[in-house]
Design a protein around this ligand. Structure first.
Ligand SMILES: [Zn+2]
Length: 149
């Protein structure tokens, strides 16, 4: 299955390229969707932004940010910080996949080790896995097929 639409990942002062690439890697590994990455110093005005191949625009930001556009997703990076870098990047990977998953129609999963398990607290986020369970993986393929057809 080839998905020609892309997720645009934008970092607004939310760290360097490793932050962008971790988010892009999460999306590619979990959903097989390619990303375009870009880094800016602040969140631009997003009204009127249009790319023909845009599936979603994912904004990584340090500040709480309100949007009301269906295709724009926000990941608040500050909330995920940890003194150990690998913990932070693991949280970012999981959070990015979860948010994109929800936005394409995947339900939250009740298996605590599935990537689509909804976590309120960071220790639960740290405990869950970096992969979709079999049920969610099948559902994901179905949803992606309907998105591209
Ligand atoms: Zn699941």
């Amino acid at each position: 299955m080839t998905i020609t639409k892309k997720v645009y990942v934008l970092s607004a002062s939310a760290g360097g390229y490793r932050v962008l690439f971790t988010a892009a890697q999460s999306i590619y590994r979990t959903f097989g969707i390619e990303c375009r990455v870009s880094s800016l110093t602040k969140v631009p005005s997003l009204s009127g932004v249009y790319f023909p191949d845009l599936l979603r625009l994912l904004v990584l930001t340090q500040e709480p940010y309100e949007v009301c556009q269906e295709k724009v997703l926000i990941v608040n990076v500050r909330r995920l910080e940890h003194r150990k870098e690998e913990v932070f990047f693991s949280r970012l990977f999981k959070e990015t996949a979860f948010i994109l998953g929800r936005s394409i129609g995947l339900e939250a999963c009740d298996k605590p080790d599935c990537l689509m398990f909804q976590t309120e607290k960071l220790p639960d986020l740290d405990r869950k896995g970096i992969r979709l369970c079999d049920v969610c993986a099948i559902e994901k393929d179905k949803l992606l097929r309907s998105l591209i057809s």
